[in-house]
Design a binder for this molecule. Structure first.
Ligand code: ASP
Length: 332
């Protein structure tokens, strides 16, 4: 190649690279220029809504831009997931996905219209929320054994509230039923917020919900915790045993969440959101407040996009197996 032509090519390539860097830098400086929406696929008042708003408020403070939480609920979270998958990849609509919408859904819904891995890019993983086996305060069940004994005597008659097929409350209850070899009737709601209202009202017999929303109901004397689904007992739930230590050795369940963007979203959006969240995690007041709700704050090396992607893939493999082994009904 003639020297002058080689020099010209080098100049053009350099200019293109510089423009890309500047564009990225400009985007970095300007994103977000306006409020960002986080789609939460469950009803207001449930644990997903609660943790999403808590994290959104703190991340918003880092970005100096409002984060608006919107709740397109239904079908175990898959209504919101599909809306998010189809939203513009401009960084202004992000999605709070979880164990159901991002891991179990492909194996529970034959006609699922989105692909958690192809239609989304991971941004960061939220803290995990262990779960609590809840009954109405004053109910006839005083222990897990009371509940399981009655379920054995009356197969399929005890009602469990869930947030719909594939929600974490549904998956945990199916896992519990399969492990204990009993049958429940699952009653689906648009979120465990509305389900909890019916549990307090006595319309349903029990449910598994997350620690962050269960604690106030227990402290308020409306609900009783029969057991925790965590590895160890929790100081926030004095006197409450774990299922693993009592009736169901080895039984564990928790709800994990991730913030995801529609595929094709610019890397600067992912990085800006991730950095803002890492700054929030460095704030002890923020993480102490989460821990007080029984929420597990994860080590920083498990929080970024790459660990979240690897974790999502491993969770898909786990739930494909659990759904098959527990014979959980697959939806059309
Ligand atoms: N996260 C809950 C579930 O999956 C639902 C909710 O947040 O309302 O069961």
């Amino acid at each position: 190649m003639r020297p002058l032509f080689r020099t010209a090519c080098r100049f053009v390539l350099g200019a293109v690279a510089l423009a890309g860097t500047l564009q990225g830098a400009v985007a970095q400086e300007s994103y977000p220029q306006r409020p960002v929406t986080w789609l939460v696929p469950f009803a207001v008042g449930g644990p997903t809504d609660a943790i999403a708003r808590t994290v959104a408020q703190r991340v918003s403070a880092e970005l100096s831009q409002p984060i608006i939480v919107d709740n397109p609920a239904g079908a175990g979270g898959t209504v919101g997931a599909l809306r998010a998958a189809r939203s513009k990849a401009d960084g202004y609509t992000l999605f709070v996905g979880h164990i159901g919408t991002m891991a179990a859904a492909p194996y529970l819904f034959k006609g699922l219209k989105y692909d958690p891995m192809k239609d989304f890019v991971p941004i960061f993983r939220f803290p995990d929320t262990p779960m609590v086996l809840l009954v109405k305060n004053g109910a006839r069940f005083k222990t897990v054994n009371d509940l399981l004994q009655e379920a054995r005597k009356r197969p399929g008659e005890l009602t469990f509230g869930t947030a719909g097929v594939g929600s974490s409350s549904h998956l945990a209850a199916e896992h519990l039923a399969a492990t204990a070899k009993v049958k429940f009737t699952f009653v689906p709601y648009k979120g465990t917020g509305p389900a909890m209202t019916d549990l307090v009202g006595g319309q349903i017999d029990a449910m598994l919900d997350q620690t962050n929303v269960s604690l106030p109901q227990i402290q308020g004397g409306r609900l009783t915790a029969l057991a925790l689904t965590s590895q160890s007992p929790m100081p926030q739930f004095p006197g409450v045993p774990t299922l693993a230590d009592t009736d169901l050795p080895g039984f564990l369940a928790s709800t994990w969440y991730g913030l995801y963007a529609p595929a094709g979203t610019a890397p600067v959006v992912i990085e800006t959101m991730r950095v803002a969240y890492m700054k929030a995690l460095a704030d002890n007041a923020f993480t102490d407040a989460l821990r007080k709700q029984g929420i597990d704050v994860l080590p920083n090396d498990r929080v970024g996009p790459a660990p979240l992607r690897e974790f999502t893939v491993s969770e898909q493999k786990k739930w494909e197996r659990v759904i098959r082994e527990a014979n959980i009904a697959v939806q059309p």
